[in-house]
Each structure stands twice: as C-alpha cells, then as structure tokens.
Design a protein around this ligand. Structure first.
Ligand code: SF4
Length: 331
C-alpha cells in the first residue's frame, strides 16, 4: 500500500533540481515502476535511483549522497531511525521517509484478534514491523486494554519494533507474560524473543499460522555462546564498519575499538559496502570479527562466517562486563 503519486505533486511544487529515491528490500521489486512514474511526471527534475536496496532506516548511503548533493533523498519503505535525523541533517542531507504499509484484510484482522483474545488473562504485548503498524492499531482498538498493550520503545511509534534497540527491549517488556508479533518473517520476532526473554509468537498473517520462537531462541543463544567461546583466544580482530557511516553509530564501532584497545587486542577496521562472508573468510590473518555496523549480523548471519563473529554486546560478555543472561534474558 504505497501511494507514491501523492508525493509527486509535493515534489513538483518545490524548487528541487535533483532528487534521489531509494527503497527498502521489501518494496524493492517495485522500484522501477516508481522510478519511471516519477520520471514521466516530473520531467524537469534530475531523478536518481539508488539501485542498492536499503536494509533499514539506518542504512542511508551517506557518502554517495554527499557526492551527489541532492535536494532531497526519498526513502521508500521505512520510517526514520530513532534520533538519527539530526545527524543526517547536520551533514546537509535531507531524507524524506515514506513507509510502506501492508494492508491486512478483515478476515486476517479477526484472526489476530481471536488469537490474542484467547489469552485474555495474561499480560500480552503486541508489536509489529512498520509495514503492519496500521493493522496492529486496528486490532488493538478491539482488544481488552486491561490485558493487552502495545510495546513502546523509545523513539519509535507505539507497537513498532526494529531489528536492533536490544538494550531497551528487556526494560519495556518485563511486565509482560507473552508477546505477539505481526510481521512478514522471523527477523523482528527473533529479536523480540531474544532480548525480552518472553515467550514470543509470530503471527504469520499469510498462512494464518502461529509460530513460537522458542526453538529459534535456543538455537541462536547456543550459537552466540559458542562464538563467544571460540573468540576467547583471538588475538587479532577484524572490526566490520559500514561505508555509509550511520550504521556504525548503531553498531557503536568506536566503542568496540576502544574496548579492544583497553584489552590489548589488535584489530584492523574493515570498511565494507555490505556484509559479505566471502570477503571475510579470505582474511587468514584475522582470528575473529566484530560487527561494528548492524549488530544483527552477529546473530542472523552467525553461521555464514567460518571464524567467530560477535557484536558489541557479545564482546562485553567476552570481556566480562556483562553476563550472558543480562543480554539475553530468560524472561
Ligand atoms: S542496524 Fe540493522 S537491525 Fe538496526 S535498523 Fe539497521 S539494519 Fe535494522
């Protein structure tokens, strides 16, 4: 559900000479359709398509845009990353986010409402990815407010979950008995389950299926633990940094480097456009990797790299600053 045409008027009214459009992965298959519509309707503006899908609202191609110097970047798919708009503005860039919403029909909404109402006596938390947020609100309006609440994370609309923001999750879900997530795949639901420690269920609206994340959580916790163990004797680390910059703030690449310095570990910073295990696997002189860009690489992509790969929170466990259960609570 994306009415890009309503933005065309808005763009044509402004005095823009160059506009960039970029797309999230979920909506990318329609990139050419939107690009051509814009081109046909707004002929006097230079419209540039960034042909790399963006993984998240954090994933803004800053260096490319600083070279291009567009009047505006139109990001289609996500809403802004919490608190980072000012960082982008400071660089002289302007990003206009147009979220992509997926409509759930009445039958689907009723199914969700029925699933959640069965557990009326428990304290239920509801969440969704940005694409399903309007539908989540529709369901929520019909539910018993004494037992159901929308999970609210700092800087995000009520009910919205993104793949990171792990540190906040435990605090904002600790009074809940159970969590239901509405969304397309396991990615966000897994993050919710791992970092809240609560029984978490993915409501797969397309298959009308309720999927418990329990097995996935067990699997990923074991993999993370194994990776931390394997990294213990590592002497030289490869710190993965994104070339676009904003993700390095999310992954806290500078904090990672300071920690490694403090513990006398050698490291090389590896600037990558995109995470690529084929590149990382070629580094025979590195013992382990630390993801200083998207922290989820060290969870979801953990088995793609031959050597151990950690993120900041896992490095803190390795160096003894945090207990495993503090990062990945048991509920
Ligand atoms: S850092 Fe990773 S998980 Fe967080 S918003 Fe960006 S892509 Fe998603």
């Amino acid at each position: 559900m994306l009415d890009i045409y309503k933005y065309i008027d808005e763009i044509s009214k402004r005095n823009y000479s160059r506009v960039v459009i970029e797309f999230s992965e979920g909506v990318y298959s329609r990139a050419i359709e939107f690009y051509r519509s814009l081109k046909e309707r707004i002929r006097d503006i230079d419209i540039i398509l960034n042909d790399n899908p963006r993984y998240g609202s954090c994933d803004i191609d800053i260096n490319f845009y600083l070279q291009l110097n567009p009047d505006i970047i139109i990001h289609i798919g996500h809403n802004p990353y919490p608190y980072y708009s000012r960082v982008i503005n400071k660089l002289g860039l302007r990003v206009h986010y147009i979220p992509y919403y997926i409509k759930i029909d009445d039958e689907g909404l009723k199914w969700i409402k029925d699933v959640v109402s069965v557990n009326d006596k428990l304290k239920i938390g509801l969440a969704a990815s940005i694409q399903y947020l309007p539908s989540l609100y529709k369901v929520y309006r019909q539910l018993n407010r004494n037992s159901t609440s929308l999970i609210k994370l700092p800087g995000l609309p009520h009910g919205q979950i993104i793949g990171c923001l792990s540190r906040a999750l435990y605090r904002y879900t600790r009074n809940l008995d159970k969590i239901y997530f509405i969304g397309g795949g396991k990615f966000h639901a897994l993050g919710l389950a791992l970092y809240s420690g609560k029984p978490t269920f993915l409501l797969d609206i397309h298959r009308k299926n309720i999927l418990s994340l329990e097995t996935e959580v067990r699997k990923f916790k074991s993999l993370v633990m194994w990776n931390i163990y394997r990294a213990m004797d590592s002497k030289v680390f490869g710190v993965i940094a994104g070339k676009s910059g904003l993700q390095n703030m999310v992954g806290r690449v500078n904090t990672i480097k300071n920690l490694l310095d403090r513990h006398g570990k050698k490291y090389v910073t590896l600037y990558l456009d995109r995470f690529d295990e084929n590149i990382l696997d070629r580094h025979r002189d590195l013992d382990a990797f630390i993801a200083g860009s998207c922290p989820r690489i060290a969870i979801d992509d953990i088995t793609r790299v031959k050597k151990p790969i950690l993120n900041l929170e896992q490095l803190l466990i390795l160096f003894g600053y945090k207990k495993f259960e503090e990062v990945y609570p048991n509920g």
